[in-house]
Write a protein that binds this ligand. Structure first.
Ligand code: 48F
Length: 254
């Protein structure tokens, strides 16, 4: 027998149990693009309790569309090992590795989930919790509530460490700058993303991956936006290496 009420109960009960299980965690990640997914995988496989909150229905961020909707990404040799770890297939040309952008997203997500990271979609980080020790959690709301501009109060989760993986907009760092004052940048503020310069940017994105406010790490394109570095277009080695570095930095402290 298939009963609609039973289906409803199964869905609501299981989804709520999952949410309740993730109210107090080791690492909360805002944003499910490539850098967030990679960070989630390395953290979770090292036994950290990780939850990733993604505003949209789909994780993957800016990776799905490759370059200008040509569904390919390019990865340089330094990050080849990460492609291999995630079992993403590629074609080698001129010491560069070309992978299908759709395959890349699904394999990043699948490994992150298999490693034990929890992914919550359709949820936006709209604010943060700040205590004397620094950032200590995210304030969350349904993205649909925010899109509809409904006046609904958010809820919160507590986390020992947080990661801003929100991409170009560096949303979590912007909130912290606005509400707490100083970030660990040269000016104490968000320096702002610069125009495309792939070679420079790919090195800088890894260097810029660090603690930007007490207990808040920044990764991926958000790291370059915060530290005033250029964008890079559809070369993704830096994103993957940045996500891995964010995980390693936090694992040293857990
Ligand atoms: O933009 P995005 O893919 O970030 P990334 O991991 O990778 C950047 C590349 O895709 C590309 C690039 C590399 O060549 O320049 O752009 O740095 O993914 C960011 C994700 O964060 C979500 C957003 O929907 C996207 O999926 N996001 C943004 N703000 C919030 C958020 C928020 N406040 N709460 C939850 N999710």
């Amino acid at each position: 027998m298939i009963d609609e009420i039973e289906i409803t109960k199964l869905i609501v009960k299981n989804a709520i149990d999952d949410f309740l299980d993730n109210l107090e965690i080791d690492v909360a990640i805002a944003g499910g693009g490539p850098s967030g997914l990679v960070a989630a995988k390395y953290l979770a496989e090292n036994n950290a309790r990780v939850a990733l909150f993604e505003r949209k229905l789909s994780i993957g961020g800016g990776m799905w569309g490759g370059g200008m909707l040509f569904p390919r990404i390019v990865v340089q040799r330094e990050a080849k090992e990460i492609l291999d770890e995630f079992k993403i297939r590629y074609k080698e040309e001129n010491d560069k590795f070309v992978a299908n952008s759709i395959e890349s997203v699904v394999k990043l997500a699948s490994k992150a989930i298999d490693s034990g990271a929890k992914i919550f979609n359709g949820i936006s980080v709209e604010d943060v919790i700040i205590r004397d020790t620094g950032l200590s959690g995210f304030v969350l709301n349904w993205s649909s509530v925010l899109v509809a501009k409904l006046h609904v109060d958010p809820l919160a989760i507590r986390s020992e460490f947080c990661i801003d993986a929100t991409g170009h907009s560096a949303e979590i760092c912007s909130i912290v700058q606005r509400k707490a004052g100083k970030l660990n940048t040269p000016t104490g503020e968000i320096e702002g993303e610069k125009s495309m310069w792939a070679e420079k940017s790919e090195t800088l994105v890894v260097e810029n991956t660090r603690e930007v406010y007490s207990n808040l790490y920044v990764t991926g394109m958000a790291a370059n936006a915060v530290f005033g570095s250029p964008r890079m277009g559809p070369i993704f080695g830096g994103m993957l290496l940045s996500g891995k570095k964010a995980a390693e930095l936090i694992l040293e402290r857990l």
